[in-house]
Design a protein around this ligand. Structure first.
Ligand code: DGJ
Length: 373
């Protein structure tokens, strides 16, 4: 008996020691335990660096297919070294009120947070689909908080740039929209005629606002913030300048990669140039990533091809881009963050973090089982 208790104690001690041990490396695709030993639950996420701490926000998933809808809200984790993360709980909770835009059961994807130094507010944007309405709402949601860990207060959800034409609008967009143009298409590739501009989706959505699905935020060196999102039935990316308080659209925006069906777009800057890493549009199934570079944020953008190299590069190592993190205080150091989605049991989704190498100024991703900064 005493021997059994003794062995149990040893097992317990080993488990606790292992758990307390600090990680010093990334292991892409593996279970990533937080400070409580639970797999990090922050999918489609992004990272904010504020006062020496990294904050990771993402979709909180639950087990089973129901977990693809928002049952809990947006998770937040904090870390000083990027390997070890503390669960900071739920930064934005879904609402029990059935009349709320973010009622439990809505679809709330790809949350991102930026800090506004003028208002001293943390501002969260996310892709919102209203409960029970599939992917047709295609709205942007905005929430704010005084603290990085929240609680965030939901402010509004809306379609971008209602009543505004993009800077690079074409004369044919302003012509009356043909009655054949449907209110909504099935979404994704294959259900829209080609070329996509033969269907004037921009004109269709001019009054009510443009569609906004997969999204990211980017703050430039001068403090100007931009929202980048898949619009026009996912066929075309829009890059929109936000207002100074980061809470709304300024009305100034550009259409980029027209008809290229890019999702999971991430925007970052290196040595004065702007870069995008994005995916193709194939639902939850992974595909070959794309990359692009520009001298100005609104373009002209030049595509650089799939940044992933080697085995499984055609599926970006079975992942889809969600964010590119620039490491503070480390020259030329960027991390590609991707999701390995598991839509049958979304809580089990894994994270693919890989260092970005630049070869002839083009981003490249090489698989690594383990790596550190
Ligand atoms: C692909 C997108 O990138 C995800 O964020 C999610 O919207 C899925 N499609 C849904 O099928």
């Amino acid at each position: 008996m005493i021997q059994r208790i003794f062995s149990l104690l040893i097992v317990l001690f080993c488990a606790l020691t292992l758990h307390a041990q600090k990680s010093k490396q990334f292991t892409p695709g593996e279970i990533w335990p937080d400070n409580k030993g639970k797999h990090i639950n922050a999918h489609g996420g992004g990272i904010l660096f504020y006062k020496g701490v990294y904050y990771w926000y993402g979709e909180h998933k639950i087990a089973g297919k129901i977990g693809n809808s928002a049952q809990v809200g947006v998770s937040c984790y904090s870390s000083k070294d990027l390997y070890n993360w503390k669960d900071e709980s739920i930064a934005l909770k879904v609402d029990e009120d059935p009349n709320s835009d973010i009622t439990k059961g809505c679809t709330l994807e790809r949350p991102k947070v930026i800090y506004n130094a003028k208002t001293q507010k943390f501002v969260m944007w996310f892709h919102l689909e209203l409960k029970g309405k599939g992917y047709y709402a295609a709205r942007s949601g905005v929430a704010v908080s005084d603290k990085p860990t929240g609680p965030f207060t939901f402010l509004k959800s809306f379609r971008p740039n209602a009543g505004y034409w993009p800077v690079n609008v074409q004369p044919y967009h302003k012509k009356p929209v043909s009655p054949d143009v449907k209110d909504s298409y099935c979404g994704g590739k294959g259900c829209l005629p080609a070329p996509v501009d033969s269907v004037n989706l921009l004109g269709r959505d001019f009054k009510g606002g443009q569609m906004a699905r997969d999204m990211n935020l980017f703050v430039d060196e001068d403090g100007t913030a931009y929202h980048i999102y898949s619009s026009e039935e996912n066929s075309t990316l829009h890059i929109s300048k936000l207002t100074d308080d980061y809470l709304s659209y300024s009305g100034e925006y550009f259409r980029v990669f027209v008809g290229r069906y890019m999702e999971g777009a991430t925007l970052f800057k290196r040595a004065g140039k702007y870069y995008i890493i994005a995916s193709d549009c194939t639902g939850w199934a992974p595909n070959a990533a794309r990359s692009a570079v520009a001298d100005e944020i609104f373009g002209e953008w030049k595509e650089l091809g799939n940044p992933a190299v080697g085995n499984e590069s055609e599926t970006t190592f079975r992942s889809q881009s969600t964010f590119v993190l620039q490491i503070q205080g480390k020259k030329d150091s960027y991390i590609f963050m991707g999701d390995r989605w598991t839509p049958d049991n979304p809580i089990d989704g894994r994270y693919i973090w890989l260092p970005i190498k630049f070869e002839n100024d083009a981003p490249k991703l090489y698989w690594q089982d383990k790596w550190s900064l």
